[in-house]
Each structure stands twice: as structure tokens, then as C-alpha cells.
Design a protein around this ligand. Structure first.
Ligand code: PHE
Length: 453
């Protein structure tokens, strides 16, 4: 145990607290905002199947690898790789992870800010004033182009994450997630019930559940893979960092399964809320990033107690974003605390401030910087694409190779089986096979296919 920094680092108070916090990291805008619009743009059911395959074969084994690496080293990603293979090139993967955390939070905070704004706009009734998603969508686009408003809410979101992470792991992150996560689930079920009972909802269910494989290309598979990493918070050491606050007694395999199932169920559930509504409203599922912000307000507007439900929904979206935002911030903060010996307070304030500043151009990417494009993408899209579609899958692939071949599955196995936790036949063998062969090869193939013309 690294005693000198332990008081600055922290710990989870209970097993449930850890699972909720790790699920809080996993469940976020990736599930509620990104998943439905990516499914919509990439062909519906077939994409969902490929996504599920990525979760099962690639995501789950890597999550276990990250938890194990984290619990073993009790460090941030840079420190973790460095402790096991000191002064080797492997720390580069850790650095890429910390950088990915920085990048992701910079644009994540912008969208988090949108959700804050929509809480306010639901309270005032502004978002419910539109008879159709078209008008609601236009309203959304005007809003995200408004410099002052976007930056204000972006700052508010980052300020909230900073305030929670300042209080540390147990008192801040865990306490927040304990309340926020269960509430989220209840609300989603209510919304799904409402969506499914709209006229024409079944067409949406069909789009969502019937696979049409003609829409699948290498690029679509890469997007599904990137989404699996993003949604499970993998490939950048977030789960290494969170695993580092775990007690030695904890069962890593069952924790992995809980978190993966929770994250996947929420994403699937959100699809069951959005697509029935999209089709019932006669909207195109290919709408893009505005999907949740334009479709749902119209659904709310047409239902009894709609305004209350709208307020609650956007509060929950904001909550899901916060519990993920704090995990992103914590990775970068943990790096400064462990590796550079900074105090938590200093690390949180400086890192949080820097991420906010770097996020500003992303915030303006749909307004005054909308025409500043490189290769057809604005600043926001570039940061998202680089971090989500390259850093995360590459980070995940190298983490798998590291645990499978360099540190070795034997050592990982020992860590997993600490304190009489069983990891036996056939699961251990299955995991070993996946992490050593399947995961690295699958990610590698997707990359090569993407790079080839
Ligand atoms: N998993 C989060 C989401 O789905 C985003 C995230 C990615 C959080 C990577 C931490 C690390 O919204």
C-alpha cells in the first residue's frame, strides 16, 4: 500500500458503493444521449447486435482486466503500468488514458452543460412549447449555438464535478452515486411505459430490434466498438483508477458482471424509450446528436404531468452525466496525486479548470465556431472522434495485451482469487482466452479494416 498518498486517494465504503460508482461512471451520456442516436444513424437492430457482441467479447474481459490491474497497483493508469513494468514503454498506455480522460471530459462537460440547461428550460416550460420534434429540434439548435448560455452551463457542470471530486472518493463520489443511480432506473422504466403506449410505437420497436445487415461496414463496426468502450468507461484506465479504491476482499468477477449488465440494460432500455417515440412522432431516427433533446420534449408535451416528467428526466440525464464526469475527472486527478504528489484540492482545481478551458472550443462548435472545420468535422467532433474511436479502443487493446502477455494472466488470476474469491473453470479459462487472443485480435482487425481504403 502506498501509505504516503493514501489519505489523498481514498477508498470505497462498501461493495455496493463501489458497484454503484463504477456503474455511475459507465452509465452516462454515452447510454442516454449517444447510444440512441448512433443506433439511429447506423441502421438500428444490426448495430445493436454488433454492439452487444463487442460488450460481451471485448468489453467484459477488459473491464475485469482493468479492475484487477487497479486493485493490484492501487494507482492511476500511468502509475499502474509503471509499477508492474517500471520505466517501460507501457506507461505510454497510461498516459494515453489520462489524456483520453482529459479530452473526453472536455466535450462531455459541454453536453453535460446542455443537460443542465434543459433542466432549467423544462422548469420554465420552454422546451415543452413545441407541437412537433421539428420545432423542438430547431429550438435545440439555436440554444447550442448561443455562446453565453452554452459556456455558462458548461462551467456549471464542470463546477459540480469539481465540487464532488474535491470531497474525495467515499464522501463525494460514492455518496452521490448511491442516491443518483437507483433514481435513474425508476424514471427510465416510467418513460419506457409511456413511449411504448404511444400510437405507432411498434414501428420504432421493429427498427430497434430487427437487424438489417446491409447497413454494416468496417466503419460501423468500429463505431460499435468505440461505443462499447465509451459506454463501459474502458480503455483509458477509469476502471483501473476506480478498482484502485477497492478493498482486497472484493470479488472482482461478479463486480464486473454487475457493472456490465447494468450499463447494457440501461442503454437497451433507453433505446426502448427513444425509438418508439421517434417513430410515433414521425421523425427520422438518423437525426444525430439532437435526438434526445428534440424527440423527448415533444413526447413530454403530449402526456399528462408532462412538465414534471420532463424536469425529472433532464435532472436524471444531468445526474448520469455527473456520475460519469466525476470519474473522468478523478482519473486525471489521481494521476497528479499519485505521480506528482499533489494535494487533492490543488489537483482537482487545476485539472478541472484546464479541462473546462480546453472544452470551450467544443462548446462553441455548434455556434460561432461551427464553420471552422477540418476534414469535415468541427472541433467537438474531432476531440470526440480521436478520444472515443481511437484512444479508447487502442488503450483497451494494449491493456488486454499487457494483462494477457506482459503481466500475465497467472498474476491477474492470483489477484482475482485473493481472499478466497473463486475464479475457476470454465470462466477463468474463457477470460484468459478472450483477453490474450480474441480481444487484441478483434480490435486489431477492426482498426486495419478501417485504415485500409
Ligand atoms: N461511460 C460514460 C458514458 O457512457 C463515459 C465515460 C467514458 C466515462 C470513459 C468515463 C470514461 O457516458
Amino acid at each position: 500500500m502506498k501509505t504516503e498518498n493514501n489519505n489523498q486517494r481514498g477508498f470505497w465504503g462498501s461493495r455496493l458503493g463501489f458497484i454503484l460508482a463504477a456503474s455511475g461512471s459507465a452509465v452516462g451520456l454515452g447510454n442516454i444521449w449517444k447510444f440512441p442516436y448512433i443506433v439511429g444513424q447506423n441502421g438500428g437492430g444490426a448495430f445493436v447486435l454488433i454492439y452487444l457482441a463487442c460488450i460481451l467479447v471485448i468489453g467484459t474481459p477488459i473491464m475485469l482486466a482493468e479492475f484487477t490491474l487497479g486493485r493490484k497497483t492501487q494507482l492511476n493508469p500511468v502509475g499502474a503500468f509503471d509499477q508492474i513494468r517500471p520505466k517501460s514503454a507501457w506507461v505510454g498506455i497510461g498516459y494515453m488514458g489520462v489524456l483520453a480522460g482529459f479530452f473526453i471530459l472536455s466535450f462531455y462537460g459541454v453536453v453535460g452543460g446542455w443537460t443542465f440547461a434543459y433542466v432549467v428550460k423544462a422548469l420554465t416550460g420552454a422546451v415543452l412549447a413545441f407541437p412537433s420534434p421539428k420545432e423542438a429540434g430547431a429550438f435545440f439548435e439555436i440554444f447550442i449555438g448561443n455562446t453565453g448560455e452554452v459556456i455558462f452551463y458548461h462551467a456549471l457542470f464542470m463546477g459540480t464535478c469539481i465540487a464532488i471530486v474535491l470531497r474525495g472518493v467515499h464522501g463525494g463520489i460514492e455518496k452521490a452515486c448511491n442516491v443518483l443511480m437507483p433514481t435513474l432506473v425508476i424514471i427510465l422504466f416510467l418513460l419506457m411505459f409511456r413511449s411504448l403506449t404511444l400510437d405507432g410505437a411498434m414501428q420504432g420497436v421493429a427498427f430497434y430490434l430487427t437487424p438489417d445487415f446491409s447497413k454494416i461496414s468496417a466503419n460501423v463496426v468500429l463505431i460499435a466498438l468505440g461505443q462499447a468502450f465509451f459506454s463501459l468507461s474502458l480503455g483509458m484506465g477509469c476502471m483501473i483508477t476506480y478498482g484502485g479504491y477497492l478493498s482486497q476482499k472484493e470479488n472482482l468477477t461478479s463486480s464486473t458482471i454487475y457493472v456490465v449488465m447494468f450499463d447494457t440494460l440501461i442503454a437497451l432500455l433507453v433505446g426502448m424509450v427513444i425509438f418508439p417515440a421517434v417513430f410515433a412522432m414521425g421523425l427520422e431516427p438518423t437525426e444525430g446528436p439532437g435526438l434526445v433533446f428534440s424527440v423527448l420534449p415533444t413526447v413530454f408535451a403530449g402526456m399528462p404531468l408532462g412538465q414534471g416528467v420532463a424536469v425529472i428526466f433532464f435532472i436524471l440525464l444531468a445526474i448520469a452525466a455527473i456520475t460519469s464526469g466525476i470519474s473522468l475527472l478523478e482519473v486525471v486527478v489521481a494521476y497528479f496525486i499519485d505521480q506528482l504528489g499533489w494535494e487533492r484540492k490543488r489537483a482537482v482545481l487545476i485539472v478541472g479548470g484546464a479541462i473546462f478551458a480546453f472544452g470551450v472550443p467544443s462548446g462553441l462548435s455548434f455556434g460561432i465556431l461551427a464553420d471552422v472545420k477540418l476534414l469535415g468535422m468541427n472541433f467537438f467532433e474531432h476531440v470526440d472522434n480521436l478520444a472515443s474511436n481511437y484512444f479508447l479502443p487502442l488503450g483497451g487493446m494494449f491493456t488486454a495485451i499487457f494483462v494477457g502477455w506482459v503481466w500475465g494472466t497467472q498474476n491477474a488470476h492470483q489477484e482475482i482469487e485473493k481472499h478466497e474469491n473463486k475464479f475457476g473453470f470454465p470462466w477463468a479459462q474463457c477470460w484468459e482466452f478472450l483477453i490474450r487472443y480474441v480481444t487484441p485480435v478483434a480490435v486489431g482487425i477492426v482498426f486495419v479494416a478501417k485504415i485500409l481504403p
